[in-house]
Design a protein around this ligand. Structure first.
Ligand code: SAM
Length: 279
């Protein structure tokens, strides 16, 4: 059994980037009335108490959502992100951090569907408690990288797949690309959002090479780092590769990422925005 529990990391800077972008994509997709199928291949527990033992251990949220909570000088996308987190919190104090399933549930409509994949028994139990009564949501206690592929193309012909592994298994860096290739072959017009950590730059370079050579078109890649890359253990930054992103996303990131670097990162923090493969 793998040991990763997202509760240790809930609300950290990596969650801020991932969920801010997730909200931008969701807001864009729901502009059209037609139903959407959402797939979350690595769902986690769905939501996390920040006053619990896990979140309190390293207080990672303090250098993520905690840095933003009380500010009023926010760029539009950060403000929108906080509005969603605050609405789910139902409180002026930061007590609870929603995971991707809860954020999607908050923004999806009656006509939309959500498939959640999670294989850790404890996280799965939490998901069942939170979501099993919602007929729009189906929980799969299975491998989200392989078992989500047959769900594509969705009958709705509109969809978003969020791929957010813990990268505890090093082969995940390769498996995510082969999964994306299989998914894209079945459903080339879908939107796909892959999150990845920056821990060892060589792994990221390899991931980028593989994405470039994958045959997948229209990939936007971007990163936010707290500090310059180094060789000590631990995550210095994180990034996402979004396939078929909303056309508005690049401009939104250009407005948001420099502000996040200035506000949260160390002096040698950085961001990048690269159209990795064009349309
Ligand atoms: C980074 S967390 C997910 C966080 C969640 N997406 C969010 O944003 O709130 C990764 C989760 O994936 C689960 N996991 C790891 N490998 C998996 C796999 N192949 N299939 C399904 N779940 C997996 C882990 O148990 C963990 O709960």
């Amino acid at each position: 059994m793998l040991s990763y529990r997202h509760a240790f990391h809930a609300g950290n800077f990596a969650d801020v980037l991932k969920h801010l972008v997730l909200i931008q994509i969701l807001d864009y997709l729901v502009l059209k009335e037609k139903a959407i199928c959402f797939i979350d291949t690595h769902a986690g527990a769905g939501g996390y108490a920040l006053n619990s033992g896990y979140a309190q251990q390293n207080l990672e949220f303090e250098n993520g959502v905690g840095q933003l909570w009380q500010r009023h000088d926010l760029p539009e996308a950060v403000s929108r992100y906080l509005d969603v987190i605050k609405a789910i919190n139902r409180s002026a104090t930061l007590q609870y951090y929603p995971g991707s399933p809860l954020i999607i549930k908050h923004l999806m409509r009656p006509q939309d569907r959500l498939a959640l994949f999670e294989w850790h028994p404890t996280e799965l139990e939490a998901l069942v408690k939170k979501f099993s009564k919602d007929p729009r949501i189906h929980i799969y206690p299975e491998d989200g990288l392989n078992q989500s592929i047959p769900l594509l193309p969705p009958i709705e012909r509109r969809g978003l797949v969020l791929i957010d592994p813990a990268y505890e298994i090093k082969t995940d860096y390769q498996t995510v690309v082969s999964t994306l290739v299989s998914m894209y072959r079945r459903f080339a017009t879908g939107t796909y959002a892959l999150w990845y950590p920056v821990i060892e730059r060589q792994r990221n370079q390899k991931l980028e090479r593989q994405l470039r050579a994958s045959g997948i078109k229209n990939i936007l890649l971007f990163e936010w780092a707290l500090c310059a890359d180094h060789t000590k253990p631990g995550m210095t930054g994180c990034g996402m590769a979004v396939i078929n992103p909303p056309w508005t996303l690049t401009a939104t990131l250009q407005q948001t990422l420099p502000w996040l670097v200035n506000t949260v990162s160390d002096r040698d923090g950085y961001y990048r925005i690269d159209p990795l493969v064009s349309q």
